[in-house]
Design a protein around this ligand. Sequence first.
Ligand SMILES: Nc1nc2c(c(=O)[nH]1)N[C@H]1C(S)=C(S)[C@@H](COP(=O)(O)OP(=O)(O)OC[C@H]3O[C@@H](n4cnc5c(=O)[nH]c(N)nc54)[C@H](O)[C@@H]3O)O[C@H]1N2
Ligand SMILES: Nc1nc2c(c(=O)[nH]1)N[C@H]1C(S)=C(S)[C@@H](COP(=O)(O)OP(=O)(O)OC[C@H]3O[C@@H](n4cnc5c(=O)[nH]c(N)nc54)[C@H](O)[C@@H]3O)O[C@H]1N2
Ligand code: SF4
Ligand SMILES: [Mo]
Length: 776
Amino acid sequence: MHTVRVTLIDVPTERRSTGGGASTRTVFRTCPLCEAGCGLELTVTDDGVTRIRGDRNDVFSRGYICPKGSTLRQLHDDPDRLRAPLVRRGGRHVEVTWAEAFEEADRVLSGAIERHGRGAMGVYVGNPNAHNLAGLLYLRPLLKSLGTRNVFTASTVDQRPKELSSAWMFGGGLTIPVPDIDRTHMLVMLGANPYESNGSLATAPDWPGRIEAMQARGGRLVVVDPRRTRTADQADQHLAIRPGTDALLLAAVVTCLARDGRIAPGDAGRYVAGLDEVVRALAGFTPESVSAAVGIDARDIERLAHEIADAPSAAVYGRIGTTTAEFGTLASWLVDVVNLVTGNLDRPGGAMFAKAAAGAANTRGRERYGRGFNVGRHRSRVRGLAGSMGELPVACMAEEIDTPGEGQLRAMVTVAGNPVLSTPNSDRLDAAMAGLDGYVAVDIYLNETTRHADVILPPPSALQRGHYDLALLQLALHNVANYSPPVLPLDDGQPDEWAILARLALIAQGMGPDADVEVVDDLVVGALVDAAVGDEHGPVAGRDRAEILEALAPRTGPERLLDLMLRTGPYGDGFGARAGQVVPGVAPLTLDVLLENPHGVDLGPLEPRLPEVLRTESGMVEVAAEPLMADLARLEAVLDRPVPQAVLVGRRDLRSNNSWMHNVNVLVKGRPRCTLHVHPDDASRWELVDGGSARVASRVGAVEVPVEVTDAVRPGVVSLPHGWGHDLDGIRLEVARAHAGTNSNVLTDDQVVDDLSGNAVLNGIPVEVGPVASTA
Ligand SMILES: Nc1nc2c(c(=O)[nH]1)N[C@H]1C(S)=C(S)[C@@H](COP(=O)(O)OP(=O)(O)OC[C@H]3O[C@@H](n4cnc5c(=O)[nH]c(N)nc54)[C@H](O)[C@@H]3O)O[C@H]1N2
Ligand SMILES: Nc1nc2c(c(=O)[nH]1)N[C@H]1C(S)=C(S)[C@@H](COP(=O)(O)OP(=O)(O)OC[C@H]3O[C@@H](n4cnc5c(=O)[nH]c(N)nc54)[C@H](O)[C@@H]3O)O[C@H]1N2
Ligand code: SF4
Ligand SMILES: [Mo]
């Protein structure tokens, strides 16, 4: 069978030395494991990668690295990482050749399409796709070829609320303002713990260093979190909010400022429509009226409001604790409203928009104006949940599979996802997936989800592919561009991940397992070139398609697409159209320019982008977008709702990464990390002891977990991390199994979502907690 390889390009600046027969080279690449995007320096010998440390010369990370960064080597060497495809035979997964695997994938997918129709096909796309050019660029042809609307992604257990509020306000789902930490005088952080997570929806390496530098300049950090996290420990003030109530807090901040006549949007105000309407609509949410519900003294709310308004600059930033919540979209919106009314939107030191070198919708087409944005054009079959951005909320995936009837989901494709551990009511989803009529997984592990697959197609390891943070650099705190070529070659016969996706697309189109994947690649690049030459505002408007394609040759695969996007991007060479430098000292960008700069290219600090960044119909920041305003009634209704005995929230640990890095021994050794944090007062009330076990039950499930008594969690709140529970049959994760932990998503409720976005509510889950009933 014909396999395709991305041409390995030698880094011109890499150092090579030869001694004792073994050649040693030093290469640089961006870490793809989390959103921080740190530069790594790798030592590579004939035996493979022998050392990984932070790249001191990286233009963005300057040597910073976390304990996960150096484990790219352990991940590559992990004996459990799949190197050959698996198919299920007689209930067991066995290794087969790539040709056999694609034939089986064809039987499974074409068979399911024939038996049940395309409407019965479903797809789940997981988080690592956001860090992978293959996923970002070649999933679309696969989804199109499958011809189904049952598309689910990890976005709806994550940031969908922020994408929606941004799309309504600014006209683009990734047009998300990021906190300008490096220049701000005050950072207010809600539901984020970058000392563990390394930051999210705001790309920057070394949050701890940046925050501490801000404080050393005299800046203040305020952390709003029901737990006293490591980030909160560093804060000048910690407000231990009641889970799920950030929208109330932020609404009260706005009202407090309005009462004091301090609504002052500054320069951004010129481009804002509907601010008065918003201020009026929030008037009922006062520090006094929300105080009991949010669990924060009204005076502290007033003080917070005044401090933000008084600071020479301030940036309010919200993350997982605010988005995976009942009012996730309102909270996401109100974060930006507070930034706006205090004059901090789009100014240095406030919340600003990155200008990415490649792939950003807010640098394409006509400046300022766009088409507007809607949700709910497509609704889920069983519950009628609103879809958005071409996807349905993953909280309804299980019911779409296990509820019979016309349109029932009967076959699945998952790509880099582990929804059995990462989405709500996992037991239900686990059972549902076991009942599928066909399932093809693209994944590096036989894990809790892929154990249900008929075929598992493993892509190469991260060290065997090129890397460019196409998505995350759109949210960077400083404009940079950095491409890393593959460090190690592909194994014999191993298709690259993009080629796996392309081949599945051909299979889904009914073209069989042997069709030429280059056809898909050519279609993808052709469509992008057409869009570029058809963009009358772009640098290659009206140019000849063949000429552009010729200029991109002989590259193929993701690198060809990236070169195109860089060259037609805001700093690109425009294929000759842009001769002068956009950024002083930086040559107009092409992929070759990035290859010549293995430590990255510095494109400068963020600059104000209003109004050109907008793509709204009106050309204004639509702060009073109708769906947001309409949802305020739902928020008002919770003001006097009774408080449950206890609510569950999550947490992250620096040495973990969602569900899939627990098979790396250096990360899981030591004390167990999957414990239930319980406040001492609650522990005595519920008869729990440190080191003992607790039973935690929610509407949908119950678990038994080890207890860690700590005053770092607010009374009435318990915390359990997600991504654990590696004790299921049929998985191949030896290290993880020995540190199995408990799956917190057995407790989260698939029926409770943020109504506006359909995003799962993973924090603030009502639970009952008690001792484990002693057995004989
Ligand atoms: N080490 C590590 N790093 C990671 C990941 C990982 O699993 N491990 N995952 C990556 C991914 S996919 C993401 S999306 C990012 C997430 O990045 P972050 O959002 O920084 O992640 P968390 O550490 O979960 O922080 C969420 C915080 O919200 C708090 N919280 C819970 N409920 C509420 C609430 O109602 N209100 C408020 N104000 N706070 C609340 C929690 O106590 C927690 O401290 O991290 C990324 N980085
Ligand atoms: N209770 C609770 N649940 C949560 C969260 C929470 O805070 N609390 N956080 C949510 C968030 S923010 C997220 S993003 C989701 C994540 O949800 P998912 O994306 O479903 O889960 P991951 O654990 O990231 O699983 C990634 C999968 O990709 C595979 N993989 C890793 N690298 C590659 C690769 O290069 N190619 C391919 N093809 N596969 C690869 C891994 O083996 C694993 O199966 O979890 C969510 N779930
Ligand atoms: S912070 Fe994130 S990007 Fe940086 S080394 Fe750690 S895992 Fe990699
Ligand atoms: Mo995430």
